[in-house]
Design a binder for this molecule. Structure first.
Ligand code: BDR
Ligand code: CA
Length: 309
């Protein structure tokens, strides 16, 4: 039986790779894609999701727009990282005539009350925080909650201590971490190891030119950004790791801990992991600290290169 998921995202270059991965894995059924303001404004994220679905020939998968701004903080996008169109300045053709009937929060709440389903959140946690406020019963039904976000020992990517998804909406992240639901935190400690290098991209182009060329088109800008800002030859593709971890949890290892998200001050958005149990609080998260890169890339290639025609 397929495991059902909703992908809550802000596509986004790496979000798009995560969507492609999830849609092509035989054990997963994507019930819908919900969009949150993050890397790009919510309307842009919505159009980008449709562009990816078109490439995948999966326009049957519904997409729902959610929050257009963080709960309290002023919205700061990440178009500097993802390009002015949010998809690496690939300027793919807009997909017309695809209407949505519901907003993301009501889709989440109706679906979670109807069926067993997990959420893989790879953007800021605003939609989930809104769901929690609106319909705790539906929120509590989430089977497994995986969040790409935060950092434990790794440095941040928006400040010395904060990762983008939690930094963008720290109040939402804080609510979700205090919700009583265990969060699988796939943070920068593990995602920084997932580097799409030029060599890997060449391999992808050779193995499956249609997919490889598409991935090149949407990651070109990302490669440039990483070279300039991180002095890295290649790009860190964070979000697909959250999907891979859902498919095969043995890809990451880690430990359980109580985590709090800083909502004010200089360290806003920081995920503070109480690894020494100072607060004597029950663990609310599983922190991924190690990743088996080879296992990840084998799964990634299997999904993208061999299952997408
Ligand atoms: C996260 O922020 C975004 O830029 C990426 O899509 C990823 O979800 C990494 O910090
Ligand atoms: Ca993302």
């Amino acid at each position: 039986m397929k495991r059902k998921i909703i992908i809550d995202c802000d596509p986004g270059i790496d979000d798009s790779l995560a969507i492609m991965m999830a849609l092509s894995h035989p054990d997963i059924e994507v019930l819908g894609i919900t969009i949150v303001a993050g890397n790009c404004p919510v309307e842009m994220g919505f159009s980008n999701a449709k562009k990816i679905l078109k490439f995948m020939n999966r326009l049957d998968v519904p997409v729902f727009s959610g929050a257009s701004q963080p709960l309290k903080r002023n919205y700061i996008n990440a178009l500097d990282t993802h390009g002015s169109d949010g998809l690496g300045e690939s300027f793919l053709e807009e997909i017309e005539g695809y209407e949505q009937k519901e907003d993301a929060i009501s889709f989440l709440s109706n679906t979670l009350k109807k069926e067993k389903c997990s959420i893989i959140a790879i953007g800021p946690l605003t939609n989930l925080a809104l769901l929690l406020k609106k319909d705790k019963e539906a929120y509590d039904n989430i089977e497994q909650l995986i969040s790409m976000g935060g950092n434990y020992k790794s440095h941040g990517n928006c400040s010395p201590v904060a990762e983008y998804n939690y930094w963008c909406d720290p109040d939402a992240a804080s609510l979700v971490y205090n919700s009583g639901k265990k969060i699988h935190m796939v943070g920068l400690d593990v995602t920084r190891k997932i580097v799409l290098t030029p060599k890997r991209l060449d391999y992808m182009k050779k193995e499956n030119p249609r997919v490889g060329n598409f991935v090149e088109k949407i990651t070109k800008f990302y490669f440039q950004f990483h070279l300039e800002w991180e002095h890295l030859v290649g790009c860190v593709i964070n979000d697909p790791l959250a999907i891979a971890y859902f498919i095969d949890p043995s890809i990451c290892s880690g430990f359980e801990s109580f985590v709090q998200i800083e909502t004010k001050s200089l360290s806003i958005g920081q995920s503070i992991v109480d690894d020494h149990n100072f607060y004597r609080k029950q663990a609310n998260a599983f922190i991924c600290t190690q990743v088996n890169e080879e296992k990840f890339f084998n799964l990634f290639y299997d999904c993208l290169l061999r299952r997408i025609k």
